[in-house]
Design a binder for this molecule. Structure first.
Ligand SMILES: [Zn+2]
Length: 90
């Protein structure tokens, strides 16, 4: 994935909830290749909140995979989210 220019990206997503659902589908491996391509190549490149959400979800999934089992306590997930958001903001 290329590195989008943040100044040219939308700061607000009009379909955030839809995007979030699509993002989960993709990360769960349930989206078809057309959906994937559309979302990753077209939408993420220009949509700041979804771009951040995507990387957040990826980071969380990776952490959960390496650090512990699937049933991670919610506090841990929240903790990871907070840290990742901080990283993205800096
Ligand atoms: Zn979006």
């Amino acid at each position: 994935m290329s590195n989008p220019d943040p100044s040219k990206m939308k700061q607000d997503c009009p379909e955030k909830n839809e995007c979030l659902k699509m993002l989960q589908l993709i990360l769960d491996g349930e989206a078809n290749s057309e959906q994937k391509e559309n979302f990753l190549k077209n939408h993420l490149e220009e949509c700041m909140p979804c771009y951040k959400n995507y990387h957040l979800e990826v980071a969380i999934r990776q952490l959960l995979k390496t650090k512990c089992c699937k049933d991670a306590p919610q506090e841990l997930v929240d903790d990871i989210k907070t840290k990742v958001i901080k990283n993205l903001a800096s």
